[in-house]
Design a protein around this ligand. Structure first.
Ligand code: GAP
Length: 454
């Protein structure tokens, strides 16, 4: 059996950069701290995570609707929500080097001096900006630090324009911004990121049961898409570490390369947000229960996760390094290229991503660049591209092409060979088992669809 080595953050960062998953943002100018850009493959993977969330929690359900609300948020919205006052972390500054650190985390030692830390103060994490042509008072706005407030301020609109009834959820996936004090663990804590979350409105009194239900749903989502159960752990927040809006939060921790850390969470926000916006605007934010003939302000259970953290978690779980030779040409029974590409010290990287998350579902290779094989392969590619992202690759040995595809998590590689013209079939090789199957050309798309069906 092949040995795999545990993954470290550096290997993930390197692969992500080398293969075009993630680049430090604006690197041409020296980068912007803890802000990343997603390259071609990363964008596809992130889109697939987003799509998986929407499919499971909106499309496949009767009781959840999707919104997409503004990033720019009025000051009074975030004052009412308590963020202006309380969305902060304790900060300490070294009076020698003026570096700033989280006061509630261990301060790293400096190389050339001993930090002299000033008294801790609260540092608000929101990015402020101005809307309109002048900086006059009244035009102050924030880049939202969470998507949640967009759902709360649209609560009435959603009730009035749909036929949805409590219990129901409003879901959203969107950019959020936090001027984090400490960063530096790749995608784990960044300043611009996407949150996928739901505000699930329930009748007061039912919140505890619904809270448990959503923790289970959240765990199952990650497990179904490839996270091993043993790498997830629940963490119940003690009162002291709860966010200002929360009556109770359970985090879902994941075994990241740098340790067991928060991947996702479920919070019981009670009626805090709706009550605050009611108070600030004078508009009643309640649900009229036709059966009970009375109105009430629902309680909110909020399951949430960051797309970047999910991205990092799926990569961590999927990434495996094997000693050279795992997917060698000899091992798959295809002639080896004479070009001497192999180096014994080389590692082979495979991303064992769930096929539904993989950037490309399929790679198609003509065995050689002659005898009409490229034409047949291209024709197949064109057909499959109507449904999926498909890569065409005709350069290098087949073994080398397998390795390139394995490294970016492509679940199936299709080879068009000399027999294809005779038997109208191709060989499909599975990334994880490396087993090969002969499939008729006109059955390939059904074969893939069936594999992706779940
Ligand atoms: N509406 C609730 C809320 O925003 P949160 O725990 O502050 O809750 C939600 O953030 C999720 O967003 C977290 O579980 C985490 O996955 C992700 N997240 C938070 N801060 C982040 C950051 N600076 N960089 C990347 N992801 C972050």
């Amino acid at each position: 059996m092949v040995q795999t080595m545990p993954v470290n953050l550096e290997s993930l960062t390197n692969l992500a950069k080398r293969r075009g998953f993630v680049y430090p943002s604006q690197e041409l100018y020296g980068g912007l701290g803890a802000v990343y850009d997603f390259g071609p493959l990363g964008t596809m993977l992130k889109n697939n995570i987003r799509a998986a969330f929407i499919k499971r929690f909106v499309q496949e359900r009767e009781d959840v609707v999707l919104v997409d609300t503004a990033v720019l948020t009025r000051q009074d919205v975030l004052r009412a929500s308590g963020h202006e006052q309380s969305f902060s972390d304790p900060l300490v500054e070294c009076t020698v080097c003026h570096q700033r650190f989280r006061a509630d985390e261990k301060v790293p030692e400096a190389k050339d001096h001993e930090h002299k830390l000033a008294e801790a103060k609260q540092f608000n994490l929101m990015f402020a900006t101005h809307v309109g042509a002048t900086k006059e008072a009244g035009s102050l706005a924030y880049l939202r630090p969470e998507t949640a407030q967009g759902m709360f301020v649209n609560f009435k609109q959603v009730l009035d324009t749909t036929r949805i009834k409590v219990p129901f959820g409003i879901a959203q996936v969107g950019k959020s911004f936090r001027n984090e004090i400490t960063t530096g663990e790749f995608l784990f804590r960044v300043r611009e990121f996407e949150i996928a979350e739901l505000e699930y409105f329930v009748k007061p009194g039912t919140q505890d049961k619904v809270f448990t239900y959503w923790i289970e749903q959240w765990e199952q989502f990650f497990i179904d898409y490839g996270i091993k159960k043993e790498n997830l752990k629940r963490h119940v927040h003690p009162k002291e570490t709860l966010s200002h809006y929360s009556k109770g939060t359970t985090d879902l921790l994941f075994q990241f390369p740098m340790g067991l850390k928060e991947l996702a969470g479920v919070a019981n926000r009670g009626d805090y947000d709706l009550a605050q916006h009611e108070k600030a605007t004078g508009t009643t934010l309640q649900f009229f229960d036709e059966q009970e003939k009375k109105a009430y302000r629902p309680f909110v259970i909020e399951p949430t996760f960051g797309l970047e953290r999910a991205f990092l978690a799926f990569l961590t779980e999927a990434y495996k390094e094997y000693p050279y030779g795992r997917g060698s040409d000899a091992a798959v029974g295809i002639p080896t290229s004479p070009s001497g590409e192999r180096r014994n010290e080389e590692q082979e990287i495979v991303l064992h991503l769930d096929p539904r998350l993989a950037p490309y579902k399929v790679a198609v290779f003509p065995l050689v660049k002659k005898e009409k094989l490229p034409e047949i392969a291209q024709k197949l590619v064109q057909e499959l591209r109507k449904q999926w992202f498909v890569q065409y690759d005709e350069s290098g040995s087949i073994g080398r092409r397998y390795r390139r595809a394995d490294e970016i998590g492509t679940p199936w590689c299709i080879t068009v060979d000399f027999d294809t013209q005779k038997d109208e079939a191709v060989t499909i090789r599975d990334r994880d088992t490396m087993k090969q199957e002969r499939v008729k050309l006109n059955k390939v798309s059904d074969w893939i669809a069936k594999k992706l069906e779940r």
